[in-house]
Design a protein around this ligand. Structure first.
Ligand code: FAD
Length: 417
């Protein structure tokens, strides 16, 4: 094992071969409408729009008896600023940002690599964490291509993994699933806790072809489980959101491909098979409609789209009532205003995309742990209740949360916390 000790340097450890996580490798290639602050998103958006690698999307078809999907097409009469608000707007005013994932990932990389004190380690995974009393002191990482392990010491740590790997390995308190009403007194919370989590989606991309044949799913993916699940599709209990790429390809987001609980309950070895089986079966259904006949799947994103897994129980847990009342307005890390939005099986009362009337703030204590002074958790797994997480988790909010988290770490460093 080699020892890397880098003073005054930042080391970014990423298990994929690109930056962006779910929003690139996971195929979630749309920023939903929402407030996003003054951060790096502006520069990313401006650059991608200028290079025709992104566009502004607007819902041009909503789910109806004839269309079991919503369709967001690229429009030319709106600008990026129109995407920066959701709360208090009518649905037909919503605008989204659709982008090419490879272009986004490489732009993120070129922005970061201009910082001379930053080392980026791709295909490298955090496997162990070292701690001493109230401090994280180091991590062990494995570089996958050569299986080389490194021990990295540092003064400050940010856990930006969706599954809060570092925080959990360090023994921080965390929760999973639905919180009971008794836990946080949220008005929509169920009486009993459960392990139900927001649904999981295998995102995929389709490209127009000149084929004349009907699409048939691969034989080896036909099974009873998928056949039964397809009844929800025919009954329109499960629908999809289809977003157009700048080149006319389609990005398909099933809401969802699998209930979150069922996904986590399956053995690792079966998850991919059943997700792919449902994806192919859904596409067979979709392509039986006139509008999609010429399309074919051009990419199924390798990284599975997980909306929710583990959540830190940190110095403050953001709750439904904090969001509805917009309790935190000043001295916050960032703002958000996405609807409270859960997909798949849920016990939450009356819950389906509850829109907000104004933005709310996320306070610093949502990324601080009770256990360690030099660790922040800046991801969808930060200290949110299950209901609050269903709103906070959006891509641009996570970028802003990360930027807020970096400022917290710098101020710790300045004050030698
Ligand atoms: C199906 C789906 C659809 C969605 N739709 C939208 C949408 O339309 N618009 C929107 O704005 N948001 C949407 N969201 C929400 C949003 O995309 C995610 O919540 C958000 O991208 C999560 O970001 P994150 O940084 O918290 O986590 P992630 O995106 O998971 O990033 C975590 C990073 O950590 C890395 N990592 C993980 N483990 C390790 C390890 N051990 N060592 C090193 N690195 C590691 C991962 O490779 C990844 O790059 C959707 C989410 C899903 C799942």
């Amino acid at each position: 094992m080699s020892l890397l000790k880098k003073n005054e340097q930042v080391i970014l450890i990423e298990k994929n071969d690109c930056l962006g996580g779910t929003s690139t490798a996971g195929g979630v290639n749309t920023w939903e409408p929402g407030v996003a602050g003054n951060g790096v998103h502006y520069h990313l958006a401006a650059n991608l729009i200028m290079n025709k690698q992104a566009g502004i999307g607007k819902t041009v078809k909503t789910v109806s008896a004839d269309t079991p999907y919503a369709y967001s097409g690229i429009v030319t009469d709106s600008c990026y600023e129109d995407t920066l608000r959701r709360s208090g707007k009518e649905q037909d005013e919503f605008r989204r940002f659709h982008f090419e994932p490879e272009a986004m990932a490489s732009l993120m990389y070129s922005f970061l690599k201009s910082h001379k004190n930053l080392i980026i380690m791709f295909l490298t995974e955090v496997t162990e964490v070292m701690t001493s009393r109230d401090r994280v002191t180091g991590v062990i990482v494995r570089h996958h291509p050569d299986q080389q392990e490194y021990e990295i010491e540092a003064d400050y740590f940010a856990d930006c993994t969706g599954d809060i790997i570092l925080a959990r390995k360090a023994g921080c308190q965390y929760s999973q699933g639905e919180d009971s009403f008794k836990m946080y007194h949220e008005k929509s919370a169920p009486l009993e806790p459960s392990l139900l989590v927001n649904g999981v989606t295998k995102m995929f991309r389709c490209t127009k072809t000149d084929t004349k044949r009907n699409y048939k799913m691969p034989m080896e993916y036909i099974n009873e489980n998928t056949r039964n699940w397809m009844k929800n599709i025919y009954a329109k209990k499960i629908v999809s959101v289809i977003n157009e790429y700048p080149n006319g390809d389609l990005n398909i987001n099933l809401l969802p491909t699998m209930d979150g609980y069922d996904y986590f309950d399956l053995p690792d070895s079966d998850r991919e098979y059943f997700l792919l089986s449902r994806t192919y079966a859904y596409f067979e259904f979709l392509s039986s409609m006139k509008a999609f006949e010429p399309y074919r799947i051009s990419k199924i994103f390798q990284e599975t789209g997980i909306r929710e897994s583990y959540r830190l129980v940190g110095r403050y847990v953001l709750k439904e009532q904090d969001i509805i009342s917009s309790r935190f307005k000043e001295h916050v890390l960032c703002y958000a205003d996405h609807a409270l939005d859960t997909h798949g099986k849920t016990n939450i009362k009356g819950h389906r995309a509850v829109e907000l009337s104004e933005p709310y703030g996320i306070p610093e204590d949502c990324i601080r742990t009770n256990e360690y002074d030099n660790l922040v958790v800046a991801s969808r797994g930060a200290s949110f209740s299950h209901i609050a997480a269903s709103s906070c988790r959006l891509s641009r909010t996570m970028i802003a949360l990360g930027e807020g988290g970096a400022k917290v770490l710098y101020s710790m460093a300045e004050n030698r916390v």
